[in-house]
Each structure stands twice: as structure tokens, then as C-alpha cells.
Design a binder for this molecule. Structure first.
Ligand code: S3P
Length: 755
């Protein structure tokens, strides 16, 4: 038997859109020796034969089709859901007990009860129900397409009676026609579909019906533009089919309709009352949720970067890098502006907000907890604070994407709330350690659970716990852990304090103070007392020094470069990269130093005027440059002599294992380097006064890590051949304008969308 043949003879009952598409797909992929069909429209059978996607057929399920039925090893019911029971009872006398039977119906509870009605307790073990989530507003045999199911989901709802083999065969059938198979029980299926498919169809029919009944309907339809067209497309769907579905899934659909009516009443009320704040909140929330779902609908889930969808190609460089640029807003400050604005009293205005996916994940999480947030629009966000006790239970798990900062800081805040919550993340975040924050929170009285032996996400938190302040000696230099504990401390009884082994970024402390909260810093000890409140303020987010670092290194390794990066945050807990580059001999100056929004900022000017020197990086600089090491390794490769980094084991638990991933990439580009447990030794290839290529060409994997992708782009400046970097879509997590600025600065970088 041919390897791709799954069935000897497939019988399809019903040659409408789905049945005929499946016949075409089975034929095109050679999955069955023979395809036969029964349809009461004889001309459908004729068409099927003419177009060769069936071999023969009948117009009735009765004695005359006995042979066709008995000799088929797979029978697919593709008739309207309300016709299923009748068809099954006619099929029953002729069924071969070894045949597989499946269906394509849009409701599954009705299918199960039809089987029970016809077969009682003896439902054949070969029966497995399925529902392809693929359709079109067109119907009939001519509307069918062989690729209708490609990249669409098929929900399989096996019964207790279904044999493993039958489940396996039906899954294989759908996978072979290009669909993605998911499993669910029938009841859950009907509930989900009531919201995602049946309600929207009912709404589309309802709107068109409403307009069609108006006296002036012709005018209305004539002038109806995009909105009407988009919304009403599915009202052209097959009436019989939707008639059947609405009845077959009556109770779940009526529940969804009741919730729709309630929601509509809310919109009606805020419009009536001209409550602009509420209306903006509701519209903003819905808009953001739709954008979030957009990624899922287009199969590129927001931050769920399981698949690589983009690559950068950097060609050898000749031009000098020059220009004045403003890099993206600070990620750490952006996260905190949303978090603190949300729990403050009053309205917080944020400017310079980083519209990257990480900070947007935080923003979405607070919207999911009922906070009304306007924007972001050109970096401006308005947060209508709900106060210390105003957050609401999210309807489902909070999705943190790639963002460790969101998850760790929110762990502290959520541990103190009156509701339960769950946080999940993408492939990279799902591998990162969460016990480091869960443990001290438990010491405070929180009920918090991480997953698996390694204590990774998802993180589940049980609300309504009484928290008590603790003193915690941080075992690692982590601003995220420090912040998570201090944030829980806002709601805890008494004093909460943290001592850090080395100073780490202090944005939490600074911003809490800006919101009027008393936070004490004495040496390495930071403390606050619970029970206070935050008062809304305005936050100006500086440009992110971590993003600026890519262009600082770019200029430092590029002959005659002269780049100015404007209004960059130079908070002393973040300036390790400046100190390290200066120690390596970079020509770097800080100009126009000033204070903006409580944070020191400056324009950073850096020139490519001399060859960098290798150094032993002082360990006290490590926490102050923790996110900049990937690009500093690139600088070290271009330096003369050896650069040694120690005391940086934290790099192994970032968005990727940045020691290993950088070492692999550098070695692939002909750099002599050795990864160590807590750092790296890099033998720089630079020679004083020479600006020839340092890196060979090659291919780099970003490992879901934005900073890896950007660092190797910078290496491209001194490469002898093309560098291709895979998985660069992650750059949008922290620096959505990276490619634009890189190209403007003179980098030969092109972006290719793949897959
Ligand atoms: C951050 C702290 C750092 C840093 C991260 C942002 C923050 O992580 O790497 O990008 O905003 O608090 P650790 O505190 O875990 O080192």
C-alpha cells in the first residue's frame, strides 16, 4: 500500500462546502484509494465526478447505497447538524462494525445525543466527532477548495467509547489535509464556539436584518462602507446551516446572547451619561484585547514566539556611522509607570512610554484587572488609577509574554490582592526561574505556586492572604526580586526591607517616591512600611540606556563614527556600560546632563576614533550593566587583547542563557572565546589603528532573545561577509524602532519576514 494512503474507501455524506472541500483535499493528497459520496442533490454528485474528486455516488442513504456504505472504511457525515440523526438511523443497518465514522458539524453536544438516540449504549468504537474551524460565507459543492483546512484548527471531541485507533486515524486525516488538531470535550467545545462563532454569526444576521427592515434600507446599504461590510460578511452564510446550529447549541448560545445584551447595556449607559472616562476605558480595553487576539488569529501569538518569523541580514559595512538619534523609552521605567499609575489615586500621565511588547504585556495585564488606560499613542499613556484596593480579578490567566520584569514584579503585587490569579508567558519566559521571587513572598505569608522542579511559570497565586513585612537578604543582585518584595510590602503589615549584595537598578524606589510613598535607602538596605497610598503623578520615561548601548558599541567599533544618542537615562544604577566602554578606551562623552521626571538624563556622544582595549570587567559594574553584556561581548571581540568577565552568572537566566548563546554565536563568527560558569573570556581580534573586519559571516540563532538579535546585528558592522540572524521578531519586545534607527545610522541591515 502507498504510504500516504490512510483509507481504502472514504464515503462522504453531504457534498456542501466542507464535504466537497474534504473530498478535494483527500484526493489531492492521495489519502484514499477511492472517494464516494451520497448527497440528495444529484447534481452535486455529478459535479464531484466531473471534477474527479469523487469516483461515484448516490442521492440517498438507503438500501440502494448499501454496498457503498458497507465497503467504506471511513464515513464522514458532512450534513447540516439537524439532519445527522436521521442520516445515522438510515446508515445503521448497513454499517460495517470496523468502519471509522466522523462528522464535521459545528455543534458537538447534538452529535453525541444523535449517536445516543440511534445506537443507545452501543455507540460504535470507530466513532469520533470532529469540527473543522474553517468555513466561508459561500456554500455548495462549487464553493469547495482543497486547501480550505490548511492552517486551520480542527477540534476533535472523542467520546468515552471512541477507540484510540479511531482517534489516531481521524487526527491523521485532519493533519494530512493541513489542519492543526486540538482536543476538547463536546460540552466545552459547544461553550467556546457559542462565543467565538455562533454569537458573532447571530449578531451579523441581526444587524443586516435590522437594516434590511428599515424603510430607507436601499440608501443605507448603498452608502454602507467598510465597517458594515466587515461586520456583516458572515450574514451571507448558509441559512439552513445556521438555523440548525442555533437550535443545536441553544443553551450555550442563549447564555452568550444574555451576556452580550448586558455588555451592550453598559455601552448604552456610558454613552447616555456621556461618561468619557468609562467609554475610553472600555474601548481601549476592547481594542487592546483585539490586537492581542490578532496575533493569535494570524498565528503569530503576541510574544508567544515559538516559531521564528523574521530574520535580519547584515551586509559588510563601508559607510561611517553618523547621526543623532532618540532610542526607545526605558523598559524598566515603562513597566513601573503602568504598575504604579494603576494602584495610585488619581490620573497618571506618562510620556516617552516604550511601546514594546514587554511593557505592553504589563499594560494589558492591568487592563485585564479593570484599570482604565488610554493609549499608548506616540508614547503617551493615561492611567486612571484605581487605588490600593481597586484592582479586579482578571477573567483569565494574565499573559506576560517574554517579560520577566512583568512576572516578577506582578508576583509581589498579586500576592497581596483579594483575588486568585495565574500568570503565563512565552517559550523563553516559561523556562525562567520564579522561585527566587516566590520564596520570599511565601515568607511574607503569600500563597504562590510555581511550576515543575525548576519552579518556572505558570505562576499561580491564591488571593486573600494576610501579608506581613519581612527582612530579606537577597541571595542574588536582582532588581526584579527586590522590587517584587517591596511591592508586596505596600500591602503588608509593618516594615518590609531588602538588603542587596550589590546595588541594582533603583527605579522602583525612585518612582514610588515620585508617587509620594516613603521608601528608605540606607546603604544596601531598602525599606518601606505597608498600608500607605500612592498619589498619581506625571512620569517622563527617559530613553533606555540598554537600547542606546547597541549604538554606543556600534559607534565605538566603527571607523570615523560619530553618533549622539539623545536624552538617555543615566541613572547611576544603570551606567555600567558607560564605565566599561570608557575603561576599554572608547571616545565617549556625556553632554547636556539634566534631570527629567526624577531621573538623570544626558545626550551620549560616542565616536569611532580609537581601537578598544580588552579589560577585566570590574565585578561591581556587573549589576549596573547586566543587560548590556551581549553587546559588550561584541565590543570585546573588536578590542585589542583579552576581555574577562566574571561574577555574571545571572546572565545564564535571562531571556536566554546569554553566556552560552553569545559564545556559540561569536564562535560561529570566528571569535576565540570561552564561556565560563559566571562569565566569558574573549580574545579580541582588534589591532591598534586598524579597522578591518573582525567577524566572519555566518548564521545566528537568537533563541527568543531580543538582545542577542540586536547584538549580532552590531557585529555585522565589522564582518567580512553577511551575517544572517534568525528569530529577530523578538526585537519588538524592547526596541521596536531598532531596525529603523540602525538603517538611518548607516547599518546595512535588511529585514526578511519568513514563514
Ligand atoms: C529589570 C531588572 C534586571 C534586568 C531586566 C529589567 C527591572 O533583571 O535584567 O531587563 O526592570 O527590574 P534582574 O533584576 O533579574 O537582574
Amino acid at each position: 500500500m502507498n504510504k500516504s494512503i490512510l483509507f481504502q474507501q472514504v464515503l462522504i455524506i453531504g457534498l456542501g462546502l466542507i464535504g466537497s472541500s474534504l473530498a478535494r483535499a483527500i484526493r489531492e493528497r492521495g489519502l484514499a484509494q477511492r472517494i464516494v459520496a451520497i448527497d440528495n442533490h444529484l447534481h452535486y454528485i455529478e459535479q464531484g465526478k466531473k471534477l474527479h474528486f469523487i469516483d461515484c455516488g448516490h442521492d440517498k442513504v438507503d438500501e440502494s447505497s448499501r454496498n457503498l456504505i458497507a465497503s467504506s472504511d471511513l464515513i464522514i457525515l458532512a450534513v447540516p447538524v439537524q439532519a445527522v440523526q436521521k442520516v445515522l438511523s438510515h446508515l445503521k443497518p448497513f454499517l460495517n462494525p470496523n468502519s471509522y465514522i466522523t462528522d464535521v458539524g459545528s455543534t458537538k453536544g447534538s452529535m453525541v445525543s444523535a449517536m445516543q438516540q440511534v445506537f443507545g449504549d452501543a455507540i460504535p468504537s470507530g466513532f469520533v466527532a470532529a469540527h473543522p474551524i474553517a468555513g466561508a460565507e459561500n456554500s455548495g459543492v462549487m464553493a469547495g477548495k482543497a486547501d480550505l483546512f490548511v492552517n486551520h484548527k480542527v477540534i476533535i471531541t472523542p467520546l468515552a467509547s471512541s477507540s484510540t485507533q479511531a482517534i489516531e486515524m481521524i487526527s491523521q486525516l485532519w493533519q494530512s489535509v493541513g489542519a492543526e488538531v486540538v482536543f476538547m470535550d463536546a460540552e466545552q467545545h459547544d461553550k467556546v464556539l457559542a462565543y467565538t462563532s455562533h454569537l458573532p454569526h447571530l449578531m451579523a444576521f441581526n444587524l443586516v436584518e435590522q437594516l434590511a427592515n428599515r424603510q430607507d434600507n436601499l440608501d443605507i446599504f448603498r452608502y454602507a462602507a467598510g465597517g458594515f461590510r466587515d461586520f456583516s460578511r458572515i450574514a451571507a452564510s448558509d441559512a439552513q446551516m445556521w438555523h440548525d446550529i442555533f437550535f443545536a447549541n441553544k443553551s450555550a448560545l442563549l447564555q452568550a446572547v444574555a451576556e452580550f445584551e448586558q455588555q451592550l447595556q453598559q455601552f448604552k449607559a456610558v454613552i447616555e451619561q456621556q461618561d468619557s472616562h468609562q467609554l475610553m476605558g472600555m474601548l481601549g480595553h476592547a481594542r487592546a484585547a483585539r490586537q492581542h487576539f490578532n496575533h493569535m488569529l494570524s498565528k503569530t501569538p503576541l510574544m508567544e514566539k515559538q516559531t521564528v518569523s523574521q530574520q535580519f541580514i547584515i551586509q559588510p559595512h563601508s559607510k561611517a556611522l553618523t547621526g543623532t538619534f532618540t532610542v526607545a523609552g526605558d523598559k524598566s521605567v515603562s513597566h513601573r509607570s503602568i504598575m504604579f499609575g494603576a494602584i495610585a489615586e488619581g490620573t497618571t500621565q506618562v510620556t516617552g512610554f516604550l511601546e514594546g511588547e514587554d511593557a505592553l504585556a504589563t499594560l494589558q495585564a492591568f487592563r485585564d484587572m479593570g484599570v482604565s488606560i488610554e493609549g499608548p499613542k506616540n508614547g503617551e499613556v493615561t492611567i486612571h488609577g484605581v487605588g490600593m484596593h481597586g484592582l479586579k480579578a482578571p477573567a483569565s490567566a494574565l499573559y506576560m509574554g517574554n517579560s520577566g520584569t512583568s512576572m516578577r514584579l506582578l508576583s509581589g503585587m498579586l500576592a497581596a490582592q483579594q483575588f486568585d490569579s495565574v500568570m503565563t508567558g512565552d517559550a523563553s519566559l516559561s523556562k525562567r526561574p520564579m522561585e527566587r521571587i516566590a520564596k520570599p513572598l511565601r515568607d511574607m505569608g503569600a500563597k504562590i505556586q510555581t511550576t515543575g522542579e525548576k519552579g518556572t511559570p505558570p505562576v499561580s497565586i491564591t488571593g486573600k492572604q494576610k501579608l506581613t513585612g519581612i527582612h530579606y537578604d537577597l541571595p542574588m543582585a536582582s532588581a526584579q526580586v527586590k522590587s517584587g518584595i517591596l511591592l508586596a510590602g505596600l500591602w503588608a503589615d509593618g516594615e518590609t526591607s531588602v538588603t542587596e549584595p550589590e546595588p541594582t537598578r533603583d527605579h522602583t524606589e525612585r518612582m514610588l517616591r515620585a508617587f509620594g510613598y516613603d521608601v528608605k535607602t540606607e546603604g544596601n538596605k531598602i525599606s518601606l512600611k505597608g498600608g500607605g497610598k500612592l498619589t498619581a503623578t506625571n512620569i517622563q520615561v527617559p530613553s533606555d540606556i540598554s537600547s542606546a548601548a547597541f549604538f554606543m558599541v556600534a559607534a565605538a567599533i566603527s571607523k570615523n563614527a560619530d553618533i549622539t544618542l539623545e536624552a538617555v537615562g543615566i541613572n547611576p544604577t544603570r551606567t555600567g556600560v558607560i564605565e566599561i566602554l570608557k575603561q576599554m578606551g572608547a571616545d565617549l562623552t556625556l553632554e547636556n546632563q539634566r534631570i527629567a521626571g526624577g531621573e538623570p538624563i544626558a545626550d551620549i556622544r560616542i565616536k569611532g576614533s580609537r581601537t578598544l582595549k580588552g579589560i577585566h570587567i570590574p565585578e561591581d559594574q556587573v549589576p549596573l550593566a547586566i543587560d548590556e553584556f551581549p553587546v559588550l561581548f561584541v565590543a570585546a571581540a573588536c578590542a585589542e587583547g583579552q576581555t574577562v568577565l566574571t561574577g555574571a552568572a545571572e546572565l545564564r537566566v535571562k531571556e536566554s542563557d546569554r553566556i552560552q548563546v553569545m559564545a556559540d554565536g561569536l564562535q560561529a563568527l570566528d571569535i576565540d572565546c570561552t564561556p565560563t560558569e559566571d562569565g566569558m573570556i574573549i580574545n579580541g581580534k582588534g589591532k591598534t589603528g586598524e579597522w578591518s573586519p573582525i567577524f566572519g559571516g555566518g548564521e545566528i540563532q537568537s533563541h527568543h532573545d531580543h538582545r542577542i538579535a540586536m547584538s549580532f546585528s552590531i557585529a555585522g558592522i565589522r564582518a567580512s561577509e553577511n551575517i544572517v540572524i534568525y528569530g529577530t521578531e523578538t526585537v519588538a519586545t524592547s526596541f521596536p524602532t531598532f531596525t529603523q534607527i540602525a538603517q538611518q545610522a548607516g547599518l546595512n541591515l535588511s529585514v526578511k519576514e519568513v514563514g
